[in-house]
Design a binder for this molecule. Structure first.
Ligand code: GCO
Ligand code: MG
Length: 408
């Protein structure tokens, strides 16, 4: 069996998805997602110029050897661009494998460990009352877990994932009006003084059963993060996400010494080497890698198994950054993983997105129910894809109140 061709598409509704389609001499094809928010053309070029020409003629069933070929074969390896490209190939090869076996991928991993996978939505508010309305909306829609982000009074512009106007939804953080980023302001002192009380008000309003999550988006120093974690402990968070910059694996030691708040980190990691110490030293409770830019199913499965040895559960990244293809790959891993924790879930549900990526994965009662179709269980409509083209866009950048650049 041989790979005969592979095509890369960039574009999508309100998003630049990078979609890989691998064709074989037996008519079976596989799909992969190489989307890398706001840098979408780069994994596409890496695929087109370097990986796809090598892929033609390979046996698609040898997914492990092909992964090793592209990983070890690159002297300058790893990083989000290369790992997104390798990850897309890997997903597509698993999709082909499942279709050849006539089984959904979760069966090839070891079968289902659960019927539905708990997921969380993003509630956002320009201020706390606005955020309460947003939380109520998701609770009414059946979600049992909600990530909450709100504006900080007295901070001159919206901070991370917070809408500028009351009632607006801030799920898509990319601004497609051009390549130059908007500037957001961050004030650590105001945030640290305001947010613990705001989180407590949400707990009081919605009661003990709602799972509440909060994302600091890498903005605190290790000492500040330890102080903040201690302050939010009475809220009973499901997790505190990215309290410190992700480059520093030792940063969480101080937080661990001062607080028992569950910690989640890893959405920007690209390999097991970015998180092995965090996992082995048991400095985190949830690992947030995504199959997209952490090297696909083959590599993420290794991370999940390492995590399982150390009581670390999964909480895969699932912002609208990912296409329904990698969300499908994660749905299969979530159905199988003995150490599944939660899934961030925002992708499905827009009619344009569903038409581009038809699938039977279903969200019901705040849980994702995995499709039983062979392979990944998601398709890609090339006719629909022709309606969209690449649009340059940018995340905001962050400055402190005196103008100093800070972490987005
Ligand atoms: C999350 C994330 C995202 C990122 C985004 C960057 O927890 O969902 O922090 O919203 O900001 O993926 O492109
Ligand atoms: Mg995050």
């Amino acid at each position: 069996m041989k790979i005969t061709d592979a095509k890369v598409f960039v574009g999508g509704p309100k998003k630049n998805y990078v979609t890989l389609k691998i064709m074989t001499d037996q008519g079976v094809y596989g799909l992969g997602d190489a989307t890398l928010n706001n840098r979408e053309t780069l994994p596409a070029k890496y695929l087109q110029d370097y990986l796809v020409p090598n892929l033609i003629g390979m046996d698609p069933r040898r997914s492990e050897d092909i992964w090793q070929f592209f990983y070890r074969g690159a002297y300058f390896r790893r990083g989000p661009i290369a790992m997104a490209a390798v990850g897309a190939i890997d997903m597509a090869l698993w999709d082909i494998k499942g279709k050849l076996a006539n089984m959904p991928l979760y069966q090839l991993f070891g079968g289902k460990s659960r019927d539905g996978a708990l997921c969380y939505a993003h509630a956002t508010g320009a201020d706390l009352e606005d955020l309460m309305d947003s939380v109520a909306h998701y609770v009414e829609a059946g979600y049992r877990a909600v990530r909450v982000q709100c504006g900080i009074p007295g901070t001159p512009s919206a901070s991370y994932a917070v809408p500028e106007e009351k009632g607006d939804v801030k799920n898509y953080i990319t601004d497609y009006s051009g390549i130059r980023p908007k500037v957001e302001t961050w004030d650590t002192g105001k945030y640290m003084r305001y947010m613990p009380g705001a989180l407590m008000e949400i707990r009081e309003r919605f009661g003990p059963d709602l799972e509440i999550l909060h994302d600091v988006h890498h903005r605190l120093t290790p000492r500040e993060a330890a102080e903040f974690a201690k302050a939010v402990e009475p809220v009973g968070l499901f997790w505190l996400e990215d309290p410190t910059p992700a480059e520093d694996q030792a940063a969480l030691r101080l937080l661990r010494q001062h607080s028992t708040v569950p910690v989640a980190i890893g959405e920007v990691f690209n390999s097991i080497h970015d998180c092995n110490r965090l996992i082995e030293e048991e400095l985190i409770d949830y690992i947030r890698v995504a199959v997209t830019y952490a090297g696909g199913i083959t590599h993420v499965k290794r991370i999940v198994d390492l995590a399982g040895l150390h009581h670390v559960r999964t909480g895969f990244h699932g912002a609208p950054s990912h296409s329904p293809i990698s969300m499908a790959a994660q749905a299969h891993l979530n159905a199988w993983a003995p150490n599944f924790g939660i899934q961030e879930y925002l992708v499905l549900g827009t009619p344009d997105c569903d038409a581009l990526f038809p699938s039977e994965h279903r969200m019901m009662g705040g849980m994702v129910h995995v499709s039983d179709a062979p392979g990944l269980g998601v398709d890609f409509d090339e006719g629909e894809a022709a309606r969209f083209e690449y649009q340059p866009g940018s995340h905001p950048v962050v400055r402190l109140t005196d103008g100093t650049m800070w972490n987005y």
